[in-house]
Design a protein around this ligand. Structure first.
Ligand code: HPA
Length: 273
């Protein structure tokens, strides 16, 4: 049943896409501007794709953008679905299944995240080396379709060593400072408490956010290679006296978007070679 829904959406998209996209991008809060750089763009609102949920949160546009970026054929999600919006994790990750079905092999996942590591500053970029799932659930719970992936997928190298190296090399060439660290997913929508942030730090987390982990689990289940990049939009709760606000998240993403764009484009250019 799932597979039928995936194929239906994929068939619809294949008709609109002259060539299969090899690279997929999921653009987080305030980072959707990357999709505006895509050339010969075909923009498809989520509501026009059969089976797609519809995005609701502010700062998220809600469409797929297909086209050419740095010599590669790509498809980008401008706006993603979050668990806290009330979607099931199957719904949150449906677009990843569809991306796989239309040919995506490498998935670049981005997000805005709170910095937990004391070395981080708002505006820093972090290449995700690994994650910790604190959602209390998993998108693969339920019957497994072996055509889509194995019952018990390996997560030893959820974030591709090759793509991490490529991203670090690209950042170094461009003179962009990047960290590497562990992303911890909470459900949100409330931000963490200071006690929760101390716990996350104790667990080995470097950044916290409300996305990415479900998509990455499904991408790995489907056998895609994943690169994750967090924009550290704020220091996590309790690290400064200031209360957290979504506007700050969007403003910081806005401020660092130039570096963010340069880095992602450089990585895509390398992958296109
Ligand atoms: N916590 C959780 N999610 C976030 C944060 C945060 O501090 N900043 C951006 N997304």
């Amino acid at each position: 049943m799932d597979r039928q829904a995936i194929e239906k959406a994929a068939d619809d998209l294949r008709r609109r896409m002259p060539a299969p996209p090899g690279i997929g991008l999921i653009l987080g809060s305030g980072l959707g501007v990357l999709a505006d750089e895509i050339e010969e763009a075909v923009r498809i609102p989520y509501e026009d794709i059969p089976g797609f949920p519809v995005s609701t949160v502010e700062g998220h546009a809600g469409r797929l953008v297909y086209g050419r970026l740095e010599g590669a054929t790509v498809v980008a999600m401008q706006g993603r679905f979050h668990y806290y919006e009330g979607y099931s994790l199957r719904e949150v990750t449906f677009p990843v299944r569809v991306m796989k079905a239309i040919g995506v092999r490498e998935l670049i996942v981005t997000n805005a995240a709170g910095g937990v590591n004391e070395q981080f500053r708002p505006g820093d970029l972090m290449i995700i080396s690994d994650h910790i799932n604190l959602l209390g659930t998993n998108p693969l719970i339920g019957p497994n379709d072996p055509e889509l992936g194995p019952r018990f997928p390996d997560m030893t190298e959820a974030y591709s060593r090759r793509l991490r190296r490529l991203a670090k090399e690209s950042a170094a060439k461009l003179g962009i400072r990047v960290h590497e660290g562990v992303y911890v997913a909470n459900t949100g929508p409330s931000y963490e408490t200071p006690a929760e942030i101390r716990m996350v730090r104790g667990l080995g987390g470097d950044a916290v956010g409300m996305s990415t982990v479900p998509e990455v689990i499904v991408a790995r289940h489907a056998g895609m290679e994943v690169l994750g990049i967090s924009c550290i939009s704020n220091l996590a709760a309790g690290m400064t006296d200031a209360p957290l606000h979504h506007d700050e998240v969007v403003e910081t993403a806005e401020r660092v978007k130039a570096d963010f764009l340069r880095l992602i484009k450089a990585v895509v250019a390398e992958l296109a070679k």
